[in-house]
Write a protein that binds this ligand. Structure first.
Ligand SMILES: Nc1ncnc2c1ncn2[C@@H]1O[C@H](COP(=O)(O)OP(=O)(O)OP(=O)(O)O)[C@@H](O)[C@H]1O
Ligand SMILES: [Mg+2]
Length: 415
């Protein structure tokens, strides 16, 4: 269903025309012609394929700043994204063949753009949407890719860090983004002290995040003791492109491209990256493709992926931690890190809440596009929010009771 919004999206100037003009101008500067737009990303950036008269096609990615974009979707992080690609390509020759290339970068006052080759691909999760067994292609491919990324990437550099990381990274980010949720979602969801989701009474996530900041003792036992090389930061399944299955299955390197890092240059917690894969399978990717079924009776909310999640996504979610633990590089990364599993699940809950705000961050920009067939961003935000509230409540309850978050107990909330 489409919810009746208590505060509807406001109309605002359409930046689409400015983007169109810039894309055309940049294509002209590069001597190419704009072809199809790539719409898999779901961020405020515009991506288009660029055909070049002599040479392989490129992709141009453009971000025009909109005031109020959430961090990670704003112009500043977009510029850092370009620097992160440069840094990784410079510093890690072993990953140059599998990390996105960067052909050109352009910077305007309120926009930036970059180009890279067009990689014919399917995302790592594509076989699973068709119902393929996870062991046939997805799991062996992911093992190879993560062995490379962790072994050559995360483990390349690290340093000790003090307590407070979870509340600083996740709690603080949710607090900074919460105004957007309060602007577009019903007050009964964002302002009420308690929200009932799929039969579970959950505490308000803003208050939970504030509590983590005020009293970091709850998470100090599971905070990372070390941070690692920032190899990505937004490792969702749509940013892992399989380009050559035979090469990926063979003994040689290559066969895939990692695109679209978050835009972060400092040392980083790998649990953040790996829980982005989990969140792709539990809710995000199917939610964006199919939408959510949302029902409300007074205080009680029910949320599900419309038509149900892809069954193989559920198997991939359930199996991801085991897959990781089978990798020698992962065991090296986490050998003295007792909080890892808990952090992975807390990160998962906060990614869902963070994504809810992202769905709303470019709402103004997209207003006015022909939206007949498009899923309503407020419904997409609501679906992610409800799942986020549920998983955060579960994680915090487990932390309060046991001092840790158990994977199987957490994922049992997927029904
Ligand atoms: N170089 C490329 N070759 C082929 N397909 C690409 C390429 N770059 C991007 N794509 C496709 O476009 C989608 C969106 O691109 P990308 O991940 O860079 O943007 P985004 O997720 O919308 O942006 P961001 O996370 O920066 O806000 C990708 O998931 C992929 O399907
Ligand atoms: Mg992306």
């Amino acid at each position: 269903m489409t919810l009746q919004h208590e505060t509807g999206p406001s109309t605002a100037p359409d930046v689409g025309e400015e983007e169109d003009a810039l894309l055309a101008e940049l294509a002209g500067r590069l001597g190419g012609t704009l072809a199809d737009e790539l719409t898999e990303g779901g961020s405020p950036a515009r991506l288009a394929k660029l055909d070049l008269p002599d040479g392989d096609p490129q992709v141009i990615k453009l971000l025009v700043d909109i005031p109020g974009a959430v961090d990670g979707h704003d112009l500043e992080s977009f510029r850092v994204k370009i620097q992160q690609i440069e840094k990784i390509r410079d510093e890690i020759p072993a990953l140059r063949g599998v990390y996105t290339e960067l052909s050109h970068a352009f910077h305007g006052e309120n926009w930036a753009a970059y180009t890279m080759p067009f990689y014919p691909n399917q995302d790592i999760a594509a076989p699973l949407r068709a119902g393929e067994d996870i062991e046939k292609r997805y799991a062996p491919q992911l093992r190879t890719i993560l062995s490379d990324l962790i072994g050559e990437g995360h483990l390349r550099d690290s340093a000790e860090t003090g307590p407070g990381h979870i509340s600083e990274v996740h709690g603080d980010r949710l607090i900074r983004r919460f105004w957007l949720l309060q602007k577009y979602l019903p007050s009964s969801l964002v302002d009420a002290p308690e929200i009932v989701v799929n039969g579970v009474t959950c505490r308000n996530p803003l208050q939970q995040a504030q509590r983590l900041l005020d009293d970091p003792r709850l998470t100090s036992g599971i905070d990372p003791k070390r941070l690692y090389y920032p190899i990505h930061g937004d490792l969702n399944t749509r940013n892992i492109l399989v380009t050559d299955e035979a090469a990926l299955a063979g003994a040689d390197t290559g066969g895939y491209r990692i695109i679209d890092p978050r835009g972060t240059l400092g040392l980083w917690d790998p649990a953040y990256d790996l829980s982005k894969i989990l969140f792709s399978f539990t809710v995000w990717d199917a939610g964006l493709r199919k939408g959510f079924r949302l029902e409300r009776q007074d205080r009680d909310w029910q949320v599900a992926i419309d038509g149900g999640n892809y069954p193989a996504y559920r198997s991939a979610a359930d199996g991801l931690l085991g897959l990781l633990r089978g990798l020698p590089e992962f065991r090296r990364l986490t050998e003295n890190d007792r909080g890892w599993e808990s952090r992975y699940l807390i990160g998962h809950a906060f990614h869902l809440l963070g994504e809810a705000a992202c769905r709303l961050s470019d709402i103004k920009k997209r207003t006015g596009e022909d939206s007949e067939d498009q899923l309503d961003p407020v419904d997409l935000a609501t679906g992610h929010y409800l799942y986020g509230v549920l998983f955060l409540e579960d994680a915090i309850r487990q932390l309060e009771a046991e001092g840790r978050v158990d994977h199987d107990a957490a994922l049992s909330h997927l029904g």
